[in-house]
Design a protein around this ligand. Structure first.
Ligand code: GCW
Length: 832
């Protein structure tokens, strides 16, 4: 039994290329279930709460009705089942099959003991925990099959790979493994490259397809002895392969027939840190910056190594160290010495360092009288600066630039274009192999008719004018990292320019540190959206990985969510967003649900009564948040500056397009922003048939309705409800989904350590109250504007509109905590 490939019904249905998840399952008892559940299981005694939630619709799906409470596909399956009394569980291991971590590892029906008194954990180990296997059969298999690590120690990177294998395998097997230069019997784990290992050299052509970062991990017979070989063309490939093997083992999968092969689809997989030189982090909710600039370069914190190790484990190969709202000082010689110290730590982990370049640096720190890119003195200054950088950091990655946006200096200050500015820097970097990532997040100083049009309108005409080592970097949506936005029309819109995808990992608009919102479904929704740039199949993923237009350069960047907090990311659950970003940057076609399960296995437990329910909870969380914050295509109705709570009434900010009222346009007649031909016509920036789909009231996905259309309050939706009724339903449903999440989490109590259990439970409690705050405030406001009352069957908002408008929180934007607006158990928003 327990073939790892044997799986129950899969939870994914594909509508026009996008995964639409509807969770439903029953929990049986006795017989071993297989496959992954999509249910949210409440309670530790095997009771089941069936939840519906979706990963949402896509820009290319005809409709999703994701939260309309009916319709939509469903599937069921269970990852495991309780035995009598709920103290043990039976599971079939399954492979993830995504991002190269799957493979044909076996699995067995395994009994997971209830982990009495699991030691408390503070989260600092992330997903790189290697606890001894609690399953006797599997433990015996690992002890027999993983006896020693064989490596040459030929380079710092190989030494790291070998040490990680020794550490991981020793932990998982509960016995100290040794590292040796030769095979000394059965159970060797051989790691290396053709240069460092004769065993790997013997694989010959099989390594050809792996490229410079891929790996092959395989159970092989070496000289009559069973061994596992971790092979790659390069040292960094061998390190990635080592982490892939450990991931497989941390998921308690079998060794028989083990075969994992993977190479990244995207070349540059970067974290962008919005870290300031004073140690603060713009939009950071996990403490202070990791980089202790005042202590560098003399003091090099061990945390830098831990950071690099964690990134390498998920394939991240670059870090932009400082904020895009840049300080020129980072380019001074004193700071470059500090940057070099970090680059030296990161190098053996395959991580290149990049910096943001403040466009006015020649003026501010270079003694120039201008920063005009056409000025030869300015060009010379940048060339010398770049030479200085490469003198210290020979593998420096290049510059990321935010120019002429939100007050940042740029070539526009001198009447030059973005291409003029980017090309000047690109010319300086080119001799050294460096690149420029020029951000497309721009909007002009004058309030436009429709802000979301601007990036495309400004950049599209420049297509073909950028140097070969320039990438234009666009956010996933044309507005600004909202809980849900249609994909940015620049994806596919600039055939001659490689476009990098910028995602936000830190949750500026999605509840920051406290609210649970797993971003895998958001990323997946964007990556799988079809741009139709070169006909069907031109998904954002294919544009970004360079295949649609044949670009060699490809990049995905995530705005980092890490900081000095012990748990790295401000909450335990936010670690999943760092993880899923890295894994999707490696393989943008991987399934967010499978990656959620993969993360849960490594981070919390392989107990199926943890894996299935918690992965489901993660998977439903983003849709729940969209529903209680910005349903039906609403965007940017957050409170001013900190963006934490609701502020749909705000209408007095300096720029019209900073006001929530600019975006939702609600009045007595209706709500929504007309971006069709009768309005701003932003839909013309998309290719047909996407343009037509968004343009028509009949075919626009309801999740984007108010983003593209202005409709009356009485307009009827697919559910049969009016727009007003649907808003009330979705806001309420979102709140109640947080209740389901809380119940789900309650079900894992005692199956994981008490410390992390308690901290997550506390945040879910806050989220439940604050979801109610969002819902009550928004419904009070929109109801008043529309002159409509709540339909029957819903809980009345707890307070009058003025109460919410008068709230002034959070006091500290970096650790947002408001005084509880509610207390006790929130009652259901949809009345039973
Ligand atoms: O989302 C907005 C943020 C700014 C950020 C800007 C950007 C770094 O509110 O804090 O500035 O985007 O992406 O440049």
């Amino acid at each position: 039994m327990g073939d790892g490939l044997r799986r129950g019904a899969r939870a994914f249905e594909f509508l026009f290329g996008v995964a639409l998840l509807v969770a439903a399952s029953a929990c049986s008892s006795g017989s071993g279930g297989s496959g992954e559940t999509t249910s949210a299981v409440a309670g530790s005694m095997g009771t089941t709460t069936t939840s519906t939630g979706t990963t949402g619709s896509t820009a290319t799906s005809a409709s999703s009705n994701s939260t309309s409470g009916g319709g939509g596909p469903s599937s069921s399956g269970s990852e495991g089942s309780t035995s009598a009394g709920g103290t043990t569980t039976t599971a079939a291991a399954s492979t993830t099959g995504s991002g190269g971590s799957g493979g044909s590892g076996g699995g067995a029906d395994e009994v997971y003991p209830f982990p009495a008194n699991a030691p408390d954990e503070d989260g600092s180990s992330l997903w790189l925990r290697y606890p001894e296997l609690p399953i006797p059969e599997r433990l015996a298999e690992y002890r027999a099959g993983l006896t020693h690590v064989v490596g040459s120690g030929a380079s710092p990177t190989l030494q790291i790979a070998e040490a990680e294998l020794v550490r991981g395998l020793s932990g998982l097997t509960g016995s100290e493994l040794t590292l040796s230069p030769e095979l000394t019997g059965a159970g060797a784990v051989v790691v290396g490259t053709p240069e460092s290992s004769s065993v790997v050299a013997g694989l010959g052509d099989r390594l050809a397809a792996l490229g410079s970062e891929g790996y092959l991990v395989e159970a092989l017979d070496v000289g009559g002895q069973a061994a596992i070989v971790v092979a790659a063309n390069t040292d960094i490939g061998a390190l990635y392969g080592s982490f892939a093997l450990l991931r497989h083992l941390q998921s308690h999968r079998g060794l028989d027939g083990l075969s994992l092969t993977s190479a990244p689809k995207i070349k540059l997989r970067l974290l962008d840190h919005w870290d300031n030189l004073d140690g603060s982090i713009e939009r950071g909710y996990a403490g202070r910056s990791l980089w202790n600039w005042s202590a560098l370069p003399g003091t090099v914190s061990p945390r830098y190594t831990e950071y690099a190790r964690a990134n390498a484990s998920i394939g991240i190969n670059g870090a932009v160290l400082n904020n895009v709202n840049a300080d020129a000082e980072i380019l001074t010689s004193a700071y470059l010495e500090k940057v070099k110290a970090l680059a030296d730590v990161f190098r053996p982990y395959g991580i290149k360092v990049y910096l943001t370049a403040r466009f006015s640096a020649p003026l501010e720190i270079g003694g120039q009288s201008t920063a005009d890119p056409a000025d030869s003195g300015v060009q010379g200054w940048w060339q010398e600066k770049v030479e200085e950088i490469y003198g210290l950091i020979p593998d420096f990655g290049g510059f990321l630039v935010k120019a002429n946006s939100e007050g940042q200096p740029g070539p526009g200050d001198y009447g030059r274009t973005h291409a003029d500015g980017a090309n000047m820097l690109a010319d300086a970097l080119e001799p050294f192999g460096g690149i420029v990532m020029w951000r497309a997040f721009v909007y002009s100083d004058e309030t436009p008719s429709d802000r979301i049009r601007q990036a495309y309108d400004e950049f599209k005409p420049l297509d073909g004018q950028f140097r070969e080592n320039v990438m234009v970097q666009a956010k996933n949506g044309a507005l600004d990292f909202q809980p849900r936005e249609p994909f940015h029309p620049l994806f596919g819109g600039m055939p001659q320019t490689p476009i990098a995808l910028e995602l936000q990992v830190t949750k500026e608009y999605l509840g920051e540190d406290t609210h649970l919102a797993y971003l895998g479904p958001l990323y997946e929704e964007v990556l799988s959206a079809d741009t139709y740039a070169e006909g069907e199949g031109s998904s954002v993923a294919r544009v970004v990985d360079g295949t649609v237009y044949g670009h060699a350069l490809s990049a995905m960047a995530g705005v980092a969510n890490v900081g000095s907090d012990a748990n790295w990311t401000g909450s335990h659950m936010n670690q999943a967003n760092w993880y899923v970003f890295g894994r999707l940057a490696w393989d943008p076609d991987a399934s967010s649900r499978e990656l959620a399960a993969e993360w849960v296995r490594q981070t919390f437990s392989n107990d199926p009564l943890v894996v299935g329910p918690v992965a489901d909870m993660l998977q439903m969380s983003r849709q729940a948040l969209v529903d209680y914050m910005t349903p039906l295509g609403l965007v940017h109705i957050m409170a001013t500056d900190h963006h934490y709570g609701p502020g749909p009434w705000v209408n007095d900010l300096d720029r019209d397009d900073w006001n929530p009222t600019y975006y939702h346009r609600a009045d007595a007649d209706g709500i929504g922003f007309d971006r069709t031909a009768s309005g701003s016509n932003a839909i013309e920036q998309y290719f047909t048939p996407v343009r037509d789909m968004f343009s028509s009231r009949e075919s626009v996905p309801e999740d984007f309705l108010l983003f593209f259309h202005r409709v009356s309050w009485q307009d009827t939706l697919a559910s049969g409800r009016s727009v007003w009724e649907e808003l009330v339903y979705r806001y309420s449903h979102g709140v109640d989904q947080v209740g389901v999440m809380r119940d789900t989490w309650a079900g894992v109590e005692q199956r994981i350590d008490a410390e992390r259990f308690g901290e997550v439970a506390e945040f879910l409690q806050i989220q439940h109250w604050e979801a109610r705050w969002w819902r009550d405030a928004c419904l009070q406001y929109f109801g008043q504007v529309a002159g409509l009352a709540l339909p029957s069957g819903y809980a009345e908002p707890a307070n009058a509109l003025g109460f919410y408008q008068g709230l002034d929180c959070p006091a500290d934007a970096t650790k947002p905590r408001c005084d509880p607006i509610y207390s006790g158990e929130p009652s259901p928003a949809i009345l039973p």
